[in-house]
Design a protein around this ligand. Structure first.
Ligand code: AMP
Ligand code: ZN
Length: 687
């Protein structure tokens, strides 16, 4: 294929892929099968690999994410992104209409009602039809440049549709050529289904759960590594134009239609209303549809339809006068926020909790409610002393949803978690650190008593070291009395001091000692899970144990090496690496070793055969072998006494090479590592 031919084919493929992508994600009426789509995609990727000069940032192949960024650049919005005033009942909506009429005497006012999507506000810039820049709302004037992350969202077109694809109800063509500049606004969201799946997976992996789809979406978009974002099924919906050159819009309804014609996803439900009573009827209609929408909504947005009237109505400092949010009310109650306490979880997460003046809500008396995290508190501007609205919206745990600003006591200060806890963990006084991925603060002290209690309970749990008789009451006493300062101290417990503890007797103390001792021989994955490494739950622990087969090999691995292991992403790799670099954790591990805790995976959970032909050798395998599966060869090498790791380093003794070996072979050659083919390996194994 010549370059000219490639250029032509690449353009065709991109056009086709963009079109099918839109038909699938935006219009929900695909014309080709997934298989056919994949074939087109693959063809494009192959040509782009062959002619790297033809790769453009808006190519459909770029949706998989890119190298991680160091930080986000700031973006100044061409037009500020404003918030909206809220109303909670129909009378307040009528008042809004009344105010607008006063400002527009004698003019009829039409409205558009749209869902208020509970996502994360984003602004996208298209230049000559190509997606060039995407940003968060930030403070309304300046946001973060999250272009790389947004590019991974499949429903978001990388280039605008010119002539809209014919659809059952034909939309007007926006223009024969794309506008030189178009800044559109909308919400990124994680579909409710995707959120459930994501949290289910995280629960399995022992990772912290996201509070709600909005938080999960916000956390995802804050990732510096767009490859992680690419793996989350985010979507987006658009409802406004910020800045535009080349098109004059006269109405909001027209804007929504044009956005759709450009191939951007727009709300499935919206209504043009001739007066406020029609708005009220439409709001009821929307609420009935709530459960069928792919995103969560927290109400409706009512906008004056005529953009000429927008100009006349203008804005206040904070919000426009031509639009208002109508928020749905769930079962709610008002009460006073007496204090905010901060609790410490096993992974050290500091979770703010609202301490409330007790109030009756949906069948029970509530005195505490979750505040999720600092960001949620800031977003809702919740302050100690405020009168707050709490809600039980299907969830078991009540949440603070809003404050009543008029009832704020004078001098109430914005909540600042770090200041609130004086920069220290409330349980142990240790240092705290911000973890942007989870929108959380964490206690960094692994000896934190609160964390320690949870760490020990986790270590002893069924899915970890499975130590019977080590329950919460006992663990609390062990930690509070200073008998146990880390999990390794469990192995030093004697029956006598144990028997002296409350609710313990000689017999029960002896049982505990016995159960602890029995845990020394547990499988490696249980130990890895039990250590409570952030982002490593049972599933991940099993995979790590199967691949590294030795805690020391795992501990010694580089981030790069870890990332080469199966199913280990960059976040987990970093976390595992950091864990084993922490001097405190290392000392715990040394204590566990001395206590005789098993560190190896093996058919018999024993050390590699000391007398085997490969005793003491570190071996890496690459490529496909004829006579062994990946797991099979590892078992075989292990039996022969070798330690098997997944990445080549100076410590590697042998690289076993099968068919289609990749970069490991190059690296081994560079480092002068001995390379063995399968036949040579068999000879060595035979002694
Ligand atoms: P608030 O943050 O509560 O003041 O509400 C304003 C925000 O609602 C905007 O910044 C948007 O991010 C969001 N929003 C959600 N759906 C819409 C919509 N249909 N029209 C305008 N804003 C919306
Ligand atoms: Zn602490």
């Amino acid at each position: 294929m010549t370059r000219t031919q490639a250029e032509k084919r690449v353009a065709e493929l991109r056009r086709a892929l963009n079109r099918h992508n839109r038909l699938y994600y935006v219009e929900a009426r695909p014309e080709i099968t997934d298989h056919e789509y994949d074939a087109l995609y693959k063809e494009l990727r192959v040509i782009e690999e062959q002619f790297p000069g033809l790769v453009t940032p808006d190519s459909p192949t770029r949706r998989v994410g890119d190298e991680p960024l160091k930080e986000f650049r700031n973006v100044r919005h061409l037009v500020p992104m404003m918030s909206l005033d809220n109303t909670y009942d129909f009378d307040e909506l009528r008042e809004f209409d009344g105010r607008a009429r006063k400002l527009l005497p004698g003019e009829p006012i039409e409205y558009v009602l749209e869902p208020k999507v509970d996502g994360v506000s984003i602004s996208l810039r298209y230049e000559n039809g190509a997606f060039t820049l995407g940003a968060t709302r930030g403070d309304g004037t300046t946001g973060d440049d999250i272009t790389a992350n947004l590019r991974t969202i499949r429903s978001l077109p990388l280039s605008l549709a010119l002539a809209p694809s014919p659809s059952p109800s034909p939309s007007p063509s926006p223009s024969p050529s794309p506008p030189p500049l178009l800044e559109v606004r909308g919400e990124a969201y994680l579909p409710v289904e995707g959120f459930k799946k994501l949290n289910a997976q995280r629960e399995k992996d022992g990772e912290e759960l996201f509070a709600n789809p909005r938080n999960a979406c916000a956390g995802s978009l804050k990732q510096l590594d767009s490859r992680i974002v690419a793996a989350r099924p985010l979507s987006a919906v658009f409802y406004a134009v910020g800045a535009c050159e080349g098109i004059e819009f006269a109405e909001q309804a027209e804007v929504l239609e044009a956005l759709k014609a450009f191939g951007l996803p727009t709300p499935q439900f919206w209504r043009r209303c001739r007066d406020i009573e029609e708005v009220i009827a439409a709001a009821g209609e929307l609420q009935k549809l709530e459960a069928t929408l792919p995103y969560e909504i927290d109400g409706a947005v009512v906008k004056v339809n005529s953009l000429a009237q927008w100009k006349k109505l203008g804005t206040t400092a904070k919000a426009p006068r031509f639009a208002i949010a109508y928020k749905y009310s769930h079962e709610q109650a008002r009460t006073k926020l007496k204090a905010i306490t901060v609790q410490v979880g096993r992974t050290g997460t500091l979770t703010p909790v609202a301490e409330l003046e007790p109030v009756f809500l949906a069948g029970s008396t509530i005195s505490r409610a979750t505040l999720h995290n600092e960001e949620e508190i800031r977003r809702k501007d919740i302050r100690v002393g405020d009168t707050v609205i709490i809600e039980k919206a299907g969830e078991v745990i009540p949440a603070v949803v809003a404050v009543v600003p008029e009832e704020r006591p004078r001098g109430a200060k914005p909540f600042d978690l770090a200041r609130h806890v004086a920069g220290k963990c409330p349980a142990c006084g240790g240092p705290i650190r911000r973890d942007p991925e989870f929108v959380a603060w964490r206690c960094e002290n692994i000896a934190c008593p609160m964390q320690l209690k949870r760490t020990i309970l986790h270590y002893a749990s069924r899915r970890a070291m499975d130590i019977e008789n080590l329950g919460e009451v006992l663990v609390n006493q062990l930690v509070d009395q200073g008998l146990v300062k880390d999990v390794a101290d469990l192995y030093g417990l004697a029956a006598e001091p144990l028997a002296a503890l409350e609710r313990m007797a000689e017999k029960s103390a002896a049982n505990v000692v016995e159960a602890v001792a029995a845990s020394k021989g547990r499988e490696l994955w249980r130990l890895i899970n039990g250590l409570g490494i952030l982002h490593v739950g049972e599933g991940a622990a099993r995979k790590l144990a199967a691949q590294f087969r030795d805690l020391d090999a795992l501990a010694a691995e580089s981030v790069e090496g870890l990332q080469q292991a199966r199913d280990v992403g960059p976040v987990m790799a970093e976390s595992v690496h950091d864990f084993f670099r922490n001097p405190r954790n290392r000392s715990v591990i040394e204590k566990l070793r001395k206590a005789g805790v098993n560190f190896k995976t093996g058919p018999e959970s024993e050390a590699p055969a000391a007398g085997g032909p490969l005793a003491g050798k570190t071996v890496v395998v690459t490529g496909t072998l004829k006579n062994y599966s990946r797991e099979g060869i590892k078992d075989r090498l292990h039996e022969a006494g070798a330690t098997v790791t997944d990445s080549v380093s100076k410590k590697t003794d042998y690289l076993v090479v099968g068919a289609d070996a990749g970069s490991k072979l190059d690296k081994a050659k560079k480092l002068g590592v001995t390379i063995l083919d399968e036949a040579a390996l068999e000879k060595m194994l035979a002694g």
